[in-house]
Write a protein that binds this ligand. Structure first.
Ligand SMILES: *Cc1c(COP(=O)(O)O)cnc(C)c1O
Length: 370
C-alpha cells in the first residue's frame, strides 16, 4: 500500500492553469446558460444546455486528472449508475450485483432492468471470489461494500471478468480515487457518488462515470444527452470547489479514522470494529494490496440498538444523518433501514474535526455506555 500519487493531486488543482488568459478568473466559472449564440451552420463548442456546459467541463477536467480517465458527470451517484446500466445492458444480458452493496442500485436493477429482460443475479461481496462469471455481460462490484465494509479482490475479479467477456464496473464511492484505483486494477468502468467525500460539504449531489475506453464512454454521454439527466451548473461548480480541498480533507479524515479504529478496538464497550486498516479485519490482506489508503468509514458494533443510538445522539461531535464523507463526523445505525447488519452496528463517517478533540468526545460517550 502506498500513499496516493501526489503529482496527480497537484495537477488536478492546476488543471485549468495552462488555458487561462490574462484577466480570467482563477476560480472556475459558473456558467448559467440553456442556450448559446449559434448563428448559421451550428459549429460552436457549446450549443444547448442539455448537451454541454463549461462548468461541467471544469469538473470533468478535474475528476479526469484524478481518475486518469475520461469522465462524465451526472446529477447524482444514482444517475451515474443508471447510465452505465442503460448504456451497456440489453435484453437477454446477465448482470451480477452485490447482494450487500448499496441498496438503491439493486432496487433500480430489479425494478427497471428485470422487466426489460435483463437478468439480475446477486452475490455477496465476499463470494465474488468463488463466483463463476461465465455468460455474464456485466460484473458490478463495490468494495468495501456499503454498509458492512466487506472487501473483495478487484484485480482478480477484473481478470476473471475479462476472461468471461464481461464488463467490470466498480462503484468506488466508499474509497474515492485517492483511496483505491479500480481502473488501475483492471476495471473497465468506475462509478461514484460525488455527493460523499468528493464534494464533502453535504450541500450538493453529484455523481460520475470514469473509464479509459472512449468506446465505453460514448454511449453513456449519449444517454445523458438524450434522457436529460444532467447536472445543474451550480452544483457542478460547488463540487469543483469542494474537489479543490478534497485531498486535504481526505488526509485528515482517513488519518483520524485509523486512529479511532485502533482505539475503538481497545474500548471495553465496543464489541467489534470493522476497518480495513486493522490487522484483525478479514479484508486486511486484500486491502493492503489494492487500496492506497484505508478510508474514512469505520464500522463500530455496540451491544444493541439502544447503545448504538445513544452513542450517535449523545456525542456532540456526531451529526446523526444518512450519507457519509462530509466535513462533519456523522453516523447512523444502518439496521434502521433494514440492512443486514447487527442492530448495534454504527457506520461512522469520520470528518475533519481535529483528531484528539473528536476522540475525547467519542471516548467520553463510550465510557458512559458502560
Ligand atoms: C450514496 C451512494 C450511491 C448513490 O449516490 P447518490 O449521490 O446518493 O445518488 C451509490 N453508491 C454508493 C456506494 C453510495 O454510497
Amino acid at each position: 500500500m502506498d500513499q496516493w500519487d501526489d503529482t496527480i493531486v497537484a495537477r488536478m488543482l492546476h488543471h485549468r492553469t495552462e488555458s487561462l488568459l490574462p484577466g480570467d478568473p482563477v476560480a472556475a466559472r459558473l456558467m448559467l446558460a440553456s442556450s448559446y449564440f449559434l448563428p448559421g451552420t451550428p459549429q460552436a463548442m457549446h450549443q444547448y444546455g442539455r448537451w454541454s456546459n463549461p462548468t461541467w467541463d471544469a469538473l470533468e477536467g478535474a475528476l479526469g486528472v484524478l481518475e486518469a480517465a475520461q469522465v462524465a458527470i451526472f446529477p447524482s451517484g444514482m444517475a451515474a449508475v443508471a447510465s452505465v446500466f442503460m448504456a451497456h445492458l440489453k435484453s437477454g444480458d446477465r448482470l451480477l450485483l452485490p447482494s450487500d452493496g448499496y441498496y438503491t442500485s439493486r432496487v433500480l436493477a430489479e425494478k427497471y432492468l428485470e422487466p426489460h429482460g435483463i437478468k439480475v443475479e446477486l452475490c455477496s461481496t465476499l463470494d465474488y471470489t468463488s463466483r463463476d462469471f461465465a455468460g455474464l455481460r456485466m460484473v458490478y462490484v463495490e468494495t468495501p461494500s456499503n454498509p458492512s465494509l466487506d472487501i473483495c479482490d478487484l484485480a482478480d475479479i477484473a481478470a476473471r471478468a475479462k476472461q468471461a467477456g464481461a464488463l467490470m464496473v466498480c462503484d468506488n464511492t466508499t474509497m474515492t480515487p485517492l483511496g483505491q484505483r479500480p481502473l488501475d486494477l483492471g476495471a473497465d468502468i468506475v462509478v461514484a457518488s460525488d455527493t460523499k467525500a468528493i464534494n464533502g460539504h453535504s450541500d450538493a449531489l453529484m455523481g460520475h462515470v470514469a473509464t479509459r475506453d472512449a468506446a465505453l464512454l460514448d454511449p453513456i454521454l449519449d444517454w445523458r444527452k438524450l434522457v436529460g439527466a444532467i447536472p445543474g451548473p451550480f452544483e457542478a461548480w460547488l463540487v469543483h470547489r469542494g474537489l479543490e480541498s478534497f485531498e486535504v480533507r481526505y488526509e485528515r479524515m482517513s488519518t483520524t479514522a485509523a486512529v479511532l479504529a485502533d482505539r475503538f478496538s481497545a474500548h471495553r464497550v465496543v464489541k467489534s470494529v470493522t476497518y480495513p486498516g486493522l490487522a484483525s479485519d478479514p479484508g486486511h490482506d486484500i486491502a493492503k494490496r489494492q487500496m492506497t489508503n484505508f478510508g474514512t468509514l469505520v464500522g463500530v458494533t455496540l451491544a444493541d440498538a439502544t447503545a448504538a443510538e445513544r452513542f450517535i445522539t449523545d456525542a456532540s461531535l456526531i451529526v446523526a444523518s444518512t450519507s457519509f464523507g462530509g466535513v462533519h463526523t456523522s453516523a447512523e445505525r444502518r439496521a434502521r433501514w433494514g440492512d443486514k447488519v447487527a442492530e448495534g452496528y454504527v457506520r461512522l463517517s469520520v470528518g475533519c474535526e481535529p483528531t484528539e478533540a473528536l476522540w475525547r468526545e467519542l471516548n467520553r460517550v463510550l465510557d458512559e455506555l458502560n
